[in-house]
Design a binder for this molecule. Structure first.
Ligand code: UDP
Length: 242
């Protein structure tokens, strides 16, 4: 993007630029992909555009269900305008089905449906490898108040209800996802970051014989190939439905 806008922050999959309005930012979605805390890296032409479009549609869906989010509008194919937020350094993971790190760290069987959604909270800190964190440690470190942590958990459960229903309609199983929250300049708690196949596990429900077909970043994590095809399929199903 042209240097009319100042680069405020560059993450693994996104760049954040200043906006002429102090309470807004411009978020550019990159084609870069990382996994296993950046041990694995690759570039997928068109991924940024797809994640930007998918995220925008999902944020709109959530906003229509009264979930407060940072999303304001799409700027172009791979950039969106969002409210400027102070990101809370927590990664809130909600799981409906046991997969990924839950199965590496416990004896739960891979692919088992959980009796109720499980929320795992991680400290967002690359140097520490994003460790799992407890409520008491969050309080100890003064990361967020107990009241706001309760609001974050309540919002995450509500977002899961909305997304599970939505994805089921387009024949996708929402296995798990990761959210990030923050405060805008008026200290309102908002959902931030992105919601895309980079941070959701989505399985194709159009498969027979219970075969797992991942249409998400597991295609890159597990060297399955066809990442852009999978993300394009999700984008296509969303656009056909909305
Ligand atoms: N996730 C994410 N960023 C992370 C870690 C996890 O977006 O740094 C997402 C991931 O895509 C999945 C969910 O959170 O949808 C649960 O991931 P898990 O803890 O199983 O970790 P992983 O299998 O990626 O090691």
């Amino acid at each position: 993007m042209k240097n009319k806008y100042e680069l405020i922050y560059e993450g693994k999959a996104k760049k954040v630029f200043s906006h002429e309005d102090v309470d807004k930012v411009i978020i550019e979605f990159k084609d870069d992909a990382t996994a296993f805390n950046s041990l694995k890296k690759a570039r997928f032409e068109g991924k940024g555009k797809l994640n930007c479009q998918i995220s925008a549609k999902i944020f709109e869906l959530l906003i229509n269900s009264n979930i407060p989010t940072h999303f304001l509008e799409l700027k172009n194919e791979n950039t969106m305008i969002a409210k400027k937020i102070r990101v809370i350094p927590l990664e809130i993971v909600l799981r409906n089905i046991a997969y990924g790190s839950l199965c590496k760290q416990t004896t739960i069987k891979l692919g088992s449906t959980l009796a109720k959604p499980l929320i795992d909270i991680y400290l967002k800190n690359d140097e520490l490898n994003d460790p799992l964190i407890t409520k008491d440690r969050i309080e100890l470190l003064n990361i967020v108040s107990a009241k706001d942590l309760d609001s974050i958990i309540g919002l995450t459960l509500e977002i899961n209800r909305i997304l599970q229903k939505f994805f089921k309609n387009i024949k996708l199983q929402l296995v798990d996802f990761k959210l990030e929250f923050g405060y805008d300049l008026k200290n309102n708690l908002l959902l931030g970051d992105e919601i895309s196949p980079d941070n959701c596990r989505l399985w194709d429900l159009n498969q027979k014989n219970d075969i797992i077909v991942s249409l998400d970043k597991d295609r890159f994590r597990n060297d399955l190939g066809g990442l852009i095809e999978a993300y394009s399929e999700i984008n296509r199903r969303i656009n056909d439905f909305i």
